[in-house]
Design a protein around this ligand. Sequence first.
Ligand code: MG
Length: 288
Amino acid sequence: MKFAAFIHNSKTCLGRLVENDAFLERFDVSESTIEQDGVVSLIDRPLPDITAKIPVSDVELLAPIPRPRRNIFCVGKNYYAHAEEFAASGFDSSAAKGAVPEAPIVFSKLPETVEATGNSIRLDSAVTNTVDYEAELAVIIGKAGRNISKEEAMSYVWGYTIVNDVTSRDLQGYHSQWLIGKSQDSFCPMGPWAVTADEIDLADTTVKCWVNGDLRQDSNTGLLIFDVPTIIAAISNGITLNPGDVIATGTPAGVGIGFNPPKYLAAGDIVKIEIEGIGTLENPVEDI
Ligand code: MG
């Protein structure tokens, strides 16, 4: 199933997509619950009553988790070809240890970076002019756990969504730690909605990204260096994962710094990410 948070007639709503994603069945859920937790409020409970059926074209989609309760976990350098292109770019403060990591590289993005599909990625040229896109499959955790084994890890996955792990390359390199370069305001477009875990085959799901219609990234989750069970086992090693935690699994090759000269984002660009079985996340780039 696919679930979306959205605004309809000025009311914050939650619903299920039906009829080839053309309509939303609106659930009976309070607005205050949706504004923070979005689809997370559906975890571990029977589906709420349906109160209306609304064309998707009549709503404004929100991010499926509009304001995550804590930072979004992210995995760096998790596709071989991207690990090579990033190490070669000169911005990789971890490159001394080799292009391909021996253990998952995990960093985080602030919850306030999340933006819905359609919202702008905001460029502040007084801060950075090296803003890049990263198409990623994101895991939504469905139950609490600590020291989760790889064998049990998939039972902790509730669903998936798409994240654009937007990055300032100069800030990422300058600060060595990646949080500032990854957590600039508006740097985590998420959506367009969430799908339940049964909808995605992690061994074979395509991940694509276009900038202004130019196909830049074209890969498959079957090519992850560290697969989802390995990532969950690594992050939960001494850290309790909670329902609603989001883990972005890393981006494939074809980001802007993979080109010579680099192809950074500029005002007026449109970044479109499509992950098979989920949908399309599309965000314009705007100067502020
Ligand atoms: Mg990334």
